[in-house]
Design a protein around this ligand. Structure first.
Ligand SMILES: [Fe+2]
Ligand SMILES: [Fe+2]
Length: 176
């Protein structure tokens, strides 16, 4: 058995295991972004030049990820179904990781998560809201990826389009 350390080029987090997982366990980025730690080079990852448009889009993305983080956290605490609690909890963690990626790109010290209690009590309405939120994120991220001047910003927006599409599939397959 060989145990390896893999690093995600999108979020910079490491994973220990025998094989590359199909998704980064932290930000959900697809397998293609996971590399052996010995091959990982982060010199161009976090010191990114942002023109005005990229900065505005990254700031908007940060706001969106924070909003989704607290929505999913709320939903994970309210829905009665254990499956729903688990699903919304991991989605909250992944969206929080996305917020953290944008935080690093913007070179912010920390991010504040606002208190949020306005999600529904039941699974189905929260799944529907999840679906709407992911659809909005995907649409905006596709547009932001096209507009991006920075290659790194473009790479993150493209990776997150795929991750949010996974999330969309999760809600789609559960909405009745
Ligand atoms: Fe990641
Ligand atoms: Fe996200």
């Amino acid at each position: 058995m060989q145990v390896n350390v893999f690093v995600c080029e999108i979020c910079g987090e490491a994973y220990v295991g025998e094989e590359i997982p199909s998704r980064c366990p932290f930000c959900g980025a697809y397998k293609k972004y996971l590399v052996l730690a010995s091959d990982y080079d982060d010199t161009s990852a976090w010191d990114v030049e942002l023109n005005d448009k990229d900065k505005a889009n990254v700031e908007k993305a940060l706001g969106l990820e924070i909003s989704n983080t607290v929505f999913y956290k709320c939903a994970s605490k309210k829905v009665p179904e254990l499956e729903g609690q688990k699903l919304f909890k991991i989605l909250s963690k992944v969206e929080n990781e996305h917020a953290s990626v944008w935080k690093k790109i913007l070179k912010l010290k920390s991010i504040d998560l606002p208190k949020y209690d306005e999600c529904a009590e039941q699974y189905q309405p929260n799944l529907k809201e999840s679906h709407e939120r992911e659809e909005r994120a995907i649409k905006f991220y596709k547009q932001a990826a096209e507009e991006a001047k920075s290659e790194r910003v473009k790479q993150i927006f493209e990776a997150f389009v795929e991750v949010e599409t996974d999330h969309l599939i999760l809600s789609e397959s559960r909405i009745e």
